[in-house]
Ligand binder design. Structure first.
Ligand SMILES: Nc1ncnc2c1ncn2[C@@H]1O[C@H](COP(=O)(O)OP(=O)(O)OP(=O)(O)O)[C@@H](O)[C@H]1O
Ligand SMILES: [Mg+2]
Length: 345
């Protein structure tokens, strides 16, 4: 299994416009790292640099601690599945999937069985003789995935591999990718702008914004310990209140809140608590009385806005729990769920 390291990697397409700035990241052997970020943040650019399709302007890329900057793409052992999942239009599905194995001059019986296995893994058994033009977007995407998996590369780079699939197939294929990656021990970098896909599939997530790494860590760490409010917002955080911390208490517009003593110094802070961490009902400390200002049913949960003096807190409740606007509501903010962020200017 192969480790991948980026060291202070910068990419400039044209003078004055830096698309990636000093990216440093290490992907452990056999790890599934999700590269997450909004559109235009530089995700595809980073994959292209890893695959050897573009030369960085600064920094180094190492596979197993050896620089690969001078290694041509076809010898790096990194295979990239493109966002636009280009298949060879003049080859049928079987030939598309077999392509990489033929290039490696493998025995044709072995090729046939590996191709059948890969197509079965992406649920396209029986599609061998179809032409790319006869497939849906999602099916083409799965053929492209099979074509990469079949090679069993050292490093697999997937650029938005699930983008044109409907939710149920998306979830299933997410699981398939994860299983195949673990079975084959492939080090994988999986690009997406979808937070749900990222959380479901990743060992760790690297969040890229405007060409810079903002936070790297387990999916859970982005919910429990986001580094700043922008990262917290990207992961669905919506309650932010300025406050002044003195020891285990923060003064806010909701009144004094007990917090767990953190390593953040006393003084100005930004208090945040996730909507799903706010509890309904009185319980120990940090109880607040307010009135329901909004309620919306969202299927798996319901979202509720509660006004407390001049401040609104958003919370999620189980969907069967109904609230009427104007109804009195008592909330509990568990102190261990309150996270303190730097107060940004
Ligand atoms: N060949 C190129 N020449 C000049 N600028 C480019 C080139 N390719 C990409 N860019 C610019 O670099 C930035 C990052 O592009 P990139 O394709 O890496 O983003 P991305 O994170 O993959 O976005 P998306 O989620 O939309 O695919 C964008 O502002 C884009 O316009
Ligand atoms: Mg892209």
């Amino acid at each position: 299994m192969t480790s991948v390291a980026l060291d202070n990697l910068s990419v400039i397409y044209s003078p004055g416009s830096q698309v990636l700035g000093s990216v440093t990241l290490r992907v452990e052997p056999g790890e599934l790292m999700v590269l997450l970020g909004p559109s235009g943040s530089g995700k595809t650019t980073m994959l292209r640099a890893l695959a050897g399709l573009l030369q960085p302007s600064e920094g180094d890329i190492r596979f197993d601690d050896r620089s690969v900057l001078d290694v041509p793409p076809e010898q790096r052992g990194a295979v990239m599945v493109f966002q636009e999942h280009a298949l060879f239009p003049f080859m049928n599905v079987a030939a598309n999937v077999a392509f990489g194995l033929k290039m490696r001059r493998m025995d044709s019986a072995v090729i046939r069985s590996r191709v059948a296995e890969a197509l079965a893994a992406v649920q396209l058994a029986g599609y061998e003789a179809r032409w790319p033009g006869e497939l849906s977007g999602g099916q083409r995407q799965r053929v492209a995935l099979a074509r990469a998996l079949v090679i069993q590369p050292r490093v697999l780079l997937l650029d938005e591999p699930l983008s044109s699939l409907e939710p149920s197939l998306r979830e299933e294929l997410r699981g398939t990718i994860r299983t195949l990656q673990q079975q084959a021990g492939i080090t994988m970098i999986f690009v997406t702008h979808d937070q749900t896909d990222a959380v479901a599939v990743a060992d760790r997530i690297c969040l890229l914004m405007q060409g810079r790494v903002r936070q790297t860590g387990t999916p859970r760490s982005f919910f429990e310990r986001p580094v700043d409010s922008e990262v917290a917002r990207f992961f669905g955080g919506i309650n932010f209140l300025p406050g002044i911390k003195r020891g285990g208490i923060v003064e806010t517009s909701l009144g004094p809140l007990e917090v767990v003593a953190t390593d953040r110094p006393d003084g100005d802070v930004l208090v945040t608590i996730r909507p799903e961490a706010v509890e309904v009902g009185r319980n120990g400390h940090n109880n607040l009385v307010g009135s329901v200002e909004s309620y919306s049913f969202q299927g798996l949960v319901a979202r509720c806005g509660a006004g407390i003096s001049d401040t609104q807190l958003q919370l999620t409740v189980p969907p069967y729990q109904r609230f009427r606007r104007g109804e009195r509501i008592v909330l509990h903010l568990p102190r261990e769920r309150i996270h303190l962020l730097p107060l940004e200017p």
